[in-house]
Design a binder for this molecule. Structure first.
Ligand code: MRU
Length: 345
């Protein structure tokens, strides 16, 4: 899979795959200002915690380019404003604010001119882009130790190449096991209502890469486990706090079914997704447009599937308690939730 986004230095733009158009059409967006970068995150042209983190950093680079002609005091005021707007684009994935803060720290720690700060910020954004790929490959290598030849792995949402710069988080161990170790792995993707990231995106990218993929409606997961057809569950995360993993809505139900059936439940997430000084109550779970996403299936059907006047509920993420999680994989290795706390808190 090609990268989901990249910085085009000759044009000073971010080029990204427009994920709202997949799987029907592979089209690209060119983002040339930071407000558009924030909007691309908000509208989910790009999505997935690590991918929106890198977009946020490169969005800060676009802001720097826009304001580099200003004297440094004014430049910093404008950069603060850009940081606020970009950080507000989605509330749950902590990679977004992590990335913006990393650029803000860079500005704070370098007393130089606006054009020189701009060069540093662009370079940092590009560094974060490369780091994301390297981190994902490291997680893939660690996570692949948990997979054996012949495994069928259930995943929820899309935590693949499209959700990162490249290679993925949850899909990284699967890629590594297949591509580097020659193991046979079958992937099953929950369709992941309401935005269908599993059906539209996970299936698209794995099919492109010739990795065996089947899609099931979300509510098949329990029966598939009961029938012994799922060996492992692997998901990504948007924020891991003390005691709880936040990930795509539906992850909690999959984790409960996995616990009941003794199916290992693995979470793959880079350190930029950890926020271990927080607890569940500190996190805002995003609620998105319910009419559009739930009733109209994102405009994909002619008639809404919910009677007019009936309210829909649409949380985008849920919280899975640590006791339902077997292991968490970061770029440093494989940890039980308790070990994760000991190592990183
Ligand atoms: O709403 P989305 O599509 O941004 O949600 C994405 C997820 O929940 C992913 O599982 C998570 O970001 C991990 S991605 C590597």
């Amino acid at each position: 899979m090609e990268p989901s986004l990249r910085w085009i230095a000759e044009k000073n733009v971010i080029e990204m795959i427009d994920q709202t158009k997949l799987p029907g059409t592979l089209t690209y967006l060119e983002i040339s200002d930071y407000r558009s970068a924030a909007n691309s995150i908000k509208n989910m042209n790009i999505r997935g915690a690590p991918a929106i983190g890198v977009t946020a950093a490169l969005g800060m680079a676009l802001a720097a380019i826009e304001f580099q002609h200003l004297e440094v005091g004014k430049f910093k005021v404008e950069m603060e404003n850009a940081a606020r707007i970009i950080s507000k684009s989605r509330p749950t994935a902590v990679n977004l604010t992590w990335a913006v803060k990393r650029i803000q720290n860079l500005i704070e720690n370098n007393s130089t001119s606006s054009p020189d700060l701009t060069k540093l910020i662009i370079a940092e954004g590009q560094k974060m882009w490369q780091e994301d790929i390297d981190t994902n490959r490291a997680m893939g290598k660690h996570g692949a130790t948990l997979l054996i030849d012949g495994d069928t792995v259930l995943t929820h949402c899309n935590a693949g190449s499209l959700a990162t710069v490249q290679y993925g988080t949850a899909l990284a161990p699967i890629r590594w096991a297949i591509e580097e170790e020659g193991k046979k792995i079958q992937v099953i993707a929950d369709e992941t209502r309401p935005r269908l990231q599993g059906a539209r995106l996970t299936a698209w990218e794995l099919h492109q890469d010739k990795i065996p993929i089947k899609v099931e409606a979300d509510n098949n997961a329990g029966l598939m486990m009961r029938k012994g057809k799922i060996d492992k569950v692997i998901v990504g995360a948007d924020r891991i706090v003390n005691g709880v993993v936040f990930n795509k809505i539906g992850t909690f139900m999959v984790a409960m079914a996995a616990k009941y059936h003794n199916v290992p439940m693995y979470v793959v997430a880079p350190k930029s997704t950890l926020s271990l000084n927080e607890t569940e109550k500190d996190v805002i779970i995003e609620q998105r447009n319910a009419q559009y996403e739930v009733a109209e299936i994102m405009g994909k059907i002619k008639e809404p599937i919910v009677p007019e006047g009936v309210e829909c509920i649409n949380y985008a993420f849920d919280a899975t308690p640590f006791e339902l999680i077997t292991k968490i994989i970061t770029q440093d290795g494989v940890f039980s939730p308790e070990e994760l706390i000991q190592r990183y808190k």
